[in-house]
Design a protein around this ligand. Structure first.
Ligand code: UD1
Length: 419
């Protein structure tokens, strides 16, 4: 498997535009299935990621035609005629579960298997399934497959936890259902607002995204739409952390500061002064102070997806920091790898204690999952000498050409087939 060879110790400087959000694009692509009309769907800002390609392969298998030019994609969904997602495609990524809601909404039937891509701990889908049942779906599980059928009807659903995926799946299922659906204790992540905005452009009637209560008035049909997805707040945060730990100065163009408040506040706690000007954020690296406690939580709390990259920064802060992982309590595969590169992190349950060190030292490390991999690339930027990050397929699931983006800021990262 390919890897990144990183020459560490270089200061990053410059401006960078962040690609479209992976976690928006995937449910939005799934949502396109709800359009039975011949009108096309045009999406702008679609990143070229492994997961996006996997979703496009699944859609092609279901009968959707797509053409892309750079980061623009046009989808024609009127010919879609299949409600079964084969196992080999479904296992490619976790987000394939988003197809359950739209397939049910469009065909009144769906057959998918349990999704893959779960290296960060347990990722059940019980909230997706019980929510769909509340909408009237009959669900049977057989031989690893979930078979769902039924004419959906609006209902009030209170989620036991504000799951991002369950909120999205239920919105997708409810859009064409008869009557009104209310989702209480819904997730408030910006990607839900992105999905709502896209669906409404197609003719849906969804409101409340960004709050705990989302209301979906079922409509008979949806049409085509043109839509630009939000910039990826997790990639944005990763590039800001790169500036923080290399002592450079990086400006993100086309970022949404309101999506990054918890990270920006944390930079201030660490002694940095992020500067915001409309959609741009500039961060200058300085000596970093430890942050006594960071807790990952649903939005607007600190995002679990930035926990591994942040851990690299905390490893280089003066003093002792603590990270409590409340969303995915086992999401710590990056810790042994960071310790290999010179960090001093100890784990107890869902809490990591990080004793800041003055230096990291380049070695070979392995990307065990997407954000863990990003943490290691960041560590390589700050480390003395050469770092090799293997298994970068995981990183390429969520960052479009991270090596080129960082090189444009002055890093020296080479993508190699293997060492
Ligand atoms: C989404 C994001 C992922 C992010 C996560 C949390 C996408 C494609 N992925 O994942 O990058 O890390 O949100 O912000 O958008 N849970 C249940 N039952 C369920 C569903 C979830 O118990 O049916 C639990 C999970 O085990 C986890 C917590 O809820 O502890 C959060 O999961 P959820 O918000 O659903 O994350 P995903 O949608 O899988």
């Amino acid at each position: 498997m390919a890897g990144y060879l990183i020459q560490g110790g270089r200061t990053l400087r410059g401006k960078i535009t962040v690609h479209g959000a992976k976690n928006s694009v995937l449910p939005i692509l799934a949502a396109s299935l709800l359009n039975r009309s011949p009108e096309p769907i045009r999406l702008e800002g679609v990143p070229d990621l492994y997961d996006v390609r996997a979703m496009l392969s699944i859609l092609a298998n279901l009968g959707v035609q797509s053409t892309s030019q750079g980061s623009d994609i046009v989808l024609r969904t009127d010919q879609a005629d299949c409600y079964h997602v084969p196992e080999f495609l479904m296992r490619e990524m976790r987000s394939s579960i988003f197809l359950l809601g739209p397939l049910l909404g469009r065909f009144g039937k769906a057959s998918v298997c349990y999704p893959g891509g779960c290296a960060i701990g347990k990722r059940p889908i019980d909230l997706h399934l019980s929510g769909l049942q509340a909408l009237g779906a009959i669900i049977e599980e057989k031989d690893g497959y979930i078979h769902a059928r039924g004419k959906l009807r609006g209902a009030t659903i209170t989620l036991a936890y504000p799951s991002v995926g369950a909120t999205e799946n239920l919105i997708l299922a409810a859009v064409l259902a008869r009557g009104v659906t209310i989702i209480q204790n819904a997730a408030r992540e910006p990607e839900i607002e992105d999905l709502q905005n896209f669906l409404n452009k197609m003719g849906a009637a969804v409101e409340g995204a960004g709050s705990h209560t989302i209301t979906i008035k079922g409509v008979h049909e949806l049409g085509g739409a043109s839509y630009k997805v939000y910039p990826d707040r997790i990639a944005a945060g990763t590039y800001l952390i790169a500036a923080a730990i290399t002592g450079g100065q990086v400006t993100l163009l086309d970022a949404y500061p309101e999506h990054l408040q918890s990270l920006l506040q944390l930079f201030v706690q660490a002694g940095l002064e992020p500067k915001i000007d409309g959609h741009s954020i500039t961060l200058e690296g300085k000596p970093l102070k430890a942050v006594p406690e960071v807790v990952t939580e649903p939005f607007p709390g600190f995002p679990t997806d930035l926990q591994p990259p942040l851990m690299t920064m905390l490893a280089l802060c003066h003093g002792v920091s603590r990270v409590v992982e409340k969303v995915f309590p086992e999401r710590f595969h990056h810790v042994p790898q960071l310790n290999k590169i010179g960090a001093r992190i100890s784990l107890r349950g869902n809490t990591a204690t990080i004793h800041g060190v003055r230096r990291l030292y380049g070695v070979t490390v392995r990307a065990t999952d997407l954000r863990a991999g990003a943490a290691l690339v960041l560590a390589g930027l700050a480390a003395r000498g050469e770092t090799y990050v293997s298994d970068i397929k995981h990183i390429e699931r969520g960052y479009e050409n991270i090596h080129l983006a960082l090189n444009s800021l002055g890093a020296r990262i080479e993508r190699v087939a293997s060492t």
